[in-house]
Write a new protein. Structure first.
Length: 586
């Protein structure tokens, strides 16, 4: 047998007592009407009709208007108003029925109707506020976790009502909104950040934050400790809210304020787009973005069968063409260009994992440099309008082979420009949650009970959410006229050990230790986004342009050819990228 849910039991409980209250109210009303003397026998049937009509109508209306969905322990002012309106409506229906029955000589005294209304209203309100009054007086903690809601007034009201219409574990004690301090919403006082910390007599146990609030600033203003539970409220209908666990991605997210979606839409709409590395972390998100902006045709190219299958199944659109192909196969790649005639190429295919490329230098150089060269050359040959290459902050003063290969890709892209295709590169740091990033690794280590391994106590990295990074990539591509290396504003670099500590706090597991394993081959303590400070501003604060580095294309082609066949590839990399300082270990 299936276990009966608590919600179903609650509904049955209230239906039973609402019918009992209605019956009692009718009997009391007749008692008051006849001074508790014997009711005339001619009115017996009228008593029966009154009970049946009111009981059935009220149960139906309470169910229809979701009175039974209201949380018993959170019953509040708005719920009271709703209950009054529904009881009044049922009383009006009884009033109409009374006049209809008079045609059939069934008499219900008119004075019964208002008396019954007030008695029922009093008893039903008393029943519904009884649990809250009892808990507030004798078991305050049973009301739930003392919770603060941080949102604008409309969303705060929606969040509170969503909490109060279910048996939630949260008990709202305040709303924080700097613009409307001092007023009350749904019976709950609105505080500014400052007044809440000074005046509020409760110890806050939980914070519910609207999804549009800057989580980082919130943590700073409220001084949130690991003992305080934080939930993000997302809007999934006009009047309902879902509460989600806050993630480290929420804390580290950089939300650019100058994102120009109109520009991106105009850039992509009704175009044929080719994405290399379309199954990877960056490539798949760019595919999602392109799909949402109404492209004419989306060609997803990747050499990984599983990755390509995953993104193809996710997008599931008739305008998507999946091509399982490596960018090293020039002949096959050219057939793809010839067949589909892309107007925009977004090149995300690359080997990006620093230690793996260190230990597989030949493959890293071939895939990253030769693969990029193949795609750039074919884009120019087939008169692609715009070519956008994804680069990395590790290309700046590189200390590893991977970063150096990406710097050579930047040089090739920048110096190949001007042959009919606008070629740009976009450089940014780590994206949150990408394959090979520290966050999935730390999550796994926490799930396993630790320890978390960090390479060095002082190591720092830039971080950005994948969707935001990809939208800015598209925006940079849209404004590029060719030859630029765009740099995305990544904010301030973050200490990896602080990130690990924050993830431990969010997990609620206090016994997780952090161990330092030492820098890996090619890894440096901090990353940079500029070779020098001579960057150029764009009209968007989130996007700047690096200084142009000239490198004769004929010489660069010759150097790449020599690099691919060299017996000392490290020395050749150093020759092409003089700022490359190879770092084998800490």
């Amino acid at each position: 047998m299936k276990k009966i849910s608590i919600g179903f039991k609650k509904i049955v409980f209230f239906i039973f007592f609402d019918m009992m209250i209605t019956t009692l109210s009718v009997l009391l009303s007749y008692g008051f009407r006849f001074d508790f003397a014997e009711i005339p026998s001619s009115l017996y049937f009228g008593v029966y009709i009154t009970v049946v009509v009111l009981a059935l109508v009220r149960v139906f209306l309470f169910y229809l208007f979701k009175i039974y969905d209201i949380s018993w322990r959170h019953f509040g002012f708005n719920d009271t108003v709703k209950l009054i309106n529904v009881i009044l409506f049922s009383t009006i229906i009884l009033f109409v029925v009374t006049y209809i029955l008079r045609e059939y000589s069934i008499i219900i005294p008119r004075s019964i109707i208002p008396m019954e209304f007030f008695i029922s209203l009093f008893l039903m309100l008393a029943l519904r506020i009884s649990k809250r009054l009892y808990l507030e007086k004798y078991q305050a903690n049973a009301l739930g976790k003392y919770t603060v809601v941080v949102a604008d007034l409309d969303r705060a009201n929606t969040i509170i009502r969503s909490i109060n219409t279910q048996e939630s574990e949260y008990y709202p004690i305040g709303i924080i909104n700097d613009q409307h301090s001092g007023i009350h919403i749904n019976g709950i006082k609105v505080y500014s950040f400052e007044t809440f910390q000074k005046e509020n007599p409760f110890v806050c146990e939980a914070v519910i934050v609207d999804e549009n609030i800057d989580i980082v600033q919130l943590y700073e203003k409220l001084h949130i400790s690991s003992e305080i539970e934080v939930k993000v409220a997302t809007n999934y209908s006009d009047y309902k809210t879902k509460l989600l666990d806050i993630s480290v991605e929420d804390l580290l997210a950089r939300r650019p304020k100058d994102l120009d979606k109109t520009l991106i839409r105009n850039f992509l709409y009704n175009k044929t787009i080719l994405i290399t590395g379309a199954g990877g972390s960056i490539g798949s998100e760019i595919a999602r973005q392109c799909s949402s902006y109404g492209v004419k045709k989306l060609i997803l190219l990747d050499h990984s069968e599983y990755n390509l299958y995953t993104i193809t199944e996710e997008l599931d659109s008739s305008n998507i063409i999946s091509v399982m192909q490596t960018i090293l196969d020039t002949e096959a790649l050219e057939k793809t260009f010839f067949k589909y005639k892309p107007e925009i190429v977004i090149h995300a295919a690359a080997y990006k994992h620093v230690p793996l490329v260190e230990f597989n230098m030949q493959e890293g150089i071939k895939n990253n440099i030769l693969g990029t060269k193949n795609v750039v050359d074919l884009a120019i040959k087939h008169k692609v309008q715009k070519f956008i290459m994804i680069s990395t902050d590790k290309a700046v003063r590189p200390t590893n082979v991977m970063g150096t290969t990406k710097r050579i890709c930047e040089l090739y892209a920048q110096n190949s420009n001007g042959q009919g295709t606008d070629i740009v590169a976009v450089r940014f740091g780590n994206v949150l949650g990408s394959s090979g990033s520290v966050i999935p690794k730390f999550k796994k280590q926490i799930e396993e009970g630790g320890p978390i391994t960090v390479t060095h106590p002082d190591i720092t990295r830039y971080f950005m959410l994948i969707p935001e990074a990809c939208e800015l990539v598209l925006q940079a591509g849209a404004i590029g006229s060719g030859g630029e290396i765009f740099i995305l504003d990544m904010g301030e670099p973050i200490k990896i050990v602080d990130l690990a500590q924050k993830m431990i706090e969010l997990s609620g597991k206090k016994n997780i230790k952090i161990e330092f394993s030492g820098l890996r081959p090619g890894e440096k303590l901090y990353e940079e986004l500029l070779l020098d400070e001579s960057d150029t501003k764009t009209k968007y604060e989130s996007i700047t342009v690096a200084k142009t580095t000239l490198y004769p294309l004929e010489k660069l082609n010759q150097d790449i050819k020599e690099l691919l066949h060299s017996d000392d590839q490290l020395s050749k990399l150093q020759e092409i990228v003089p700022e490359f300082k190879h770092q084998l270990n800490a």
